[in-house]
Design a protein. Structure first.
Length: 182
């Protein structure tokens, strides 16, 4: 339920720190550095409007005990697998590059990278019909970083309860075949 944007820019102080950091990283003289920084952050913030748990689910689909249980429960209808993961670590990085423009004129090319290091501990979950159907325990720590032009400008770390953050509804598909088996 917490987005990457909220994690990085949730508090006014975080946004102010990000503006200061981005302004110092941009090689722009045509406009005030804070104006350029706010334009960059506005573009980046829109791209980070996805839930942190989406990164977890994508990793679990790729390779995990949860993915194994999903394949097994899809192949054997009616089975439920209870999964306990002591520790599961996931690094994730995204880099974007775009031109910063003013009145149609390109001022500079900006490279922004966002990194997440997630560590899930003490996860207890159930898988049925290839879907994650319950998260009954566990937490995850997420360390998020934002860099502009290779210069770190913001870092945040938080701990979340998985049962609160991950809403499974009728189940989160963990395999391709699970999407059709509602």
């Amino acid at each position: 339920m917490t987005t990457v944007r909220e994690l990085l820019f949730g508090a006014a102080a975080d946004e102010a720190r990000a503006v200061t950091g981005v302004a110092s990283a941009l090689p722009v003289q045509e406009v005030p550095p804070e104006t350029a920084a706010r334009a960059v952050l506005a573009r980046v913030a829109g791209l980070l409007e996805f839930e942190v748990t989406d990164v977890l689910v994508q990793a679990w689909r790729a390779r995990s005990a949860l993915a194994d249980a999903a394949r097994l429960t899809l192949a054997e209808p009616g089975t439920v697998r209870r999964i306990n993961l002591a520790v599961y670590a996931i690094p994730w990085e995204y880099e974007m590059e775009f031109d910063l423009r003013l009145a149609g004129k390109a001022l500079t090319t900006v490279t922004v990278s966002v990194g997440l290091d997630l560590e899930v501990t003490a996860l207890t979950a159930s898988v049925q019909r290839g879907r994650l159907v319950s998260v009954d325990g566990g937490q995850y720590n997420v360390a998020a970083t934002l860099a502009v032009q290779g210069i770190p400008v913001l870092a945040k770390e938080r701990v979340f309860a998985l049962a609160y953050e991950m809403k499974v509804g009728s189940g989160i598909p963990l395999t391709d075949g699970a999407a059709a088996s509602v």
